[in-house]
Ligand binder design. Sequence first.
Ligand SMILES: [Zn+2]
Length: 124
Amino acid sequence: MRQVDLGSRLAFLTAEMQTRLNARLQIKSERMMPHSLAIMLGVEQADALLLVVVLSTEGICRNRLLIYHSCEPGMPLASIPFGIGFPNLPWTCPNCEELVYNLAELRFDLETEVIEPTELIHHD
Ligand SMILES: [Zn+2]
């Protein structure tokens, strides 16, 4: 198991939160979304986003931009790697086959996936 010391970069993480997070990070291909991480850890959404960015920077997780369309609002219909911008327009919805010409007609969310099972450690 790879061990990573994030030092003070995620200072808001208590030992208890780290234990809860480690349980997920040790599962290869485990997928998590910032809002569910925020609930699981009891932190603000902004801290959960910061966490996802740091995990990706460390090579622990890979982030994807989930794409939602009004035809099926509760379900992501496509995804692209996070960090390369938004999907090219017009975008064809794979569910309803409508052509979308305006990004405002889509909704986006972030999902992170564990690529290398890791245990976060902390040295005081
Ligand atoms: Zn659609």
